[in-house]
Write a protein that binds this ligand. Structure first.
Ligand code: MRU
Length: 367
């Protein structure tokens, strides 16, 4: 996608051939800052601190983290150490494990002296694949948006509701939930996006709104509790969200609050779609509620809010009384029965084991 007219990805390799560069997403929308990652510790910190975030980008960053680790120690022990360090950064998005398994599978059979070059090449391939996958998700999702448009009166806009940021900032480029939106907008569809602010970290208000705005896509940021009201009044044609992990039976784990939107969508007959690349499928588990580890994050994300003051300073203020207990679950699980369809790079699938296994047989066999 473009930032100030310049094609930009969320992560890339610098011209020195080994430094990895990433957009610091903690500073958006206030400042656009690119951070060099030169060590595997820096890559791990970037994931843990949410300098980078979003399931596919976490995977790509971990892949580059392994490449950086191979520069530090390309032995088997070095590979094991890199895996252990990177896998411990965040628990919920399965793309992290997928990318680390992929990297280790490619590097382990090689002699140590061949591992640095091979690791950078494999990480670059993971990043490129992510871009191609998202473009394909966009093509399949576009048909759903076009169908929604066809059901409306001429000139009426198609209203999509999304939660969190499953946009290009959450991937290497294009996004998952946003790829169909960008393709529809570029094709001239009259589209408008309701953007859930997504407390506590405000990925919707800070990131999704920022990137939609840069692309010129009409959008409105709404407090998280607004979606049900909009659906009751016919103001949402379809929901499209991303996901951090989809089970073999189609349960969907995504940013906290997604489940409530899916319930409201079901109660109001609004289609609820989930966009995902195949590395987000975890074929080893079925029951998302029981089996997916839900990250619990720092209370400060709930108690404090950061923003720009009217005179231009960036400040953090406390919005919760001192002494109140705080809970900060990062994700929730939407059962497959509430999901209308899974928008993947191989088509729109029913959220069930048979459909997922038929579309991605190589993933089932690999596990
Ligand atoms: O905690 P985050 O910001 O990493 O959570 C991100 C999400 O929940 C996204 O919706 C999900 O990773 C899908 S990204 C294409």
């Amino acid at each position: 996608m473009k930032v100030d007219g310049k094609p930009t990805r969320t992560i890339w390799l610098e011209s020195d051939g080994h430094t990895v560069a990433a957009i610091d997403q903690r500073r958006l929308p206030h400042e656009f800052v690119v951070v060099p990652l030169t060590t595997s510790d820096a890559a791990a910190d970037a994931i843990r601190s949410m300098l980078v975030r979003g399931a596919p980008l976490i995977g790509a960053t971990a892949a580059y983290g392994v490449a950086l680790a191979m520069r530090e120690d390309a032995s088997d022990a070095g590979l094991d150490h890199a895996y252990a360090k990177l896998i411990a950064t965040r628990p919920t998005a399965i793309n992290l494990k997928w990318a680390l398994d992929d990297m280790c599978g490619a590097l382990r059979p090689l002699p140590a002296e061949a591992r640095v070059a091979a690791a950078y090449a494999r990480a670059a391939a993971i990043a490129e694949d992510d871009v191609a996958i998202n473009q394909s998700i966009g093509r399949h999702g576009l048909t759903l948006i076009e169908a929604a448009r066809a059901a409306k009166k001429p000139g009426e806009r198609v209203n999509v509701l999304t939660h969190c940021n499953a946009g290009w900032l959450a991937t290497v480029d294009w996004g998952t939930a946003t790829a169909p939106i960008y393709q529809a907008f570029d094709a001239g569809v009259n589209i408008h996006v309701w953007v859930d602010e997504t407390r506590p970290r405000n990925q919707g208000a800070s990131l999704t709104a920022w990137e939609l705005g840069h692309h010129g896509v009409p959008h409105t940021v709404i407090p998280d509790n607004t979606g049900g009201h909009l659906m009751q009044h016919g103001m949402v044609d379809l929901c499209i969200v991303g996901t951090d992990r989809v089970t073999a039976s189609g349960d969907v784990c995504n940013k906290i609050g997604t489940y409530l939107k899916a319930l409201a969508a079901r109660d109001n007959n609004v289609p609820f779609y989930v966009a995902l690349p195949s590395p987000t499928i975890d074929f080893t588990i079925d029951d998302g509620v029981k089996e997916i580890p839900i990250e619990q994050r720092d209370a400060a994300e709930v108690t404090d809010m950061t923003g720009r003051t009217k005179d231009g300073r960036i400040e953090t203020v406390r919005v919760v009384p001192q002494g109140s207990a705080v809970a900060n679950y990062g994700f929730d699980v939407t059962p497959s029965r509430l999901v209308t369809g899974l928008i993947t790079e191989r088509g729109v699938l029913l959220p069930e084991r048979a459909a997922l296994a038929a579309a991605f047989p190589e993933r089932v066999e690999r596990r």
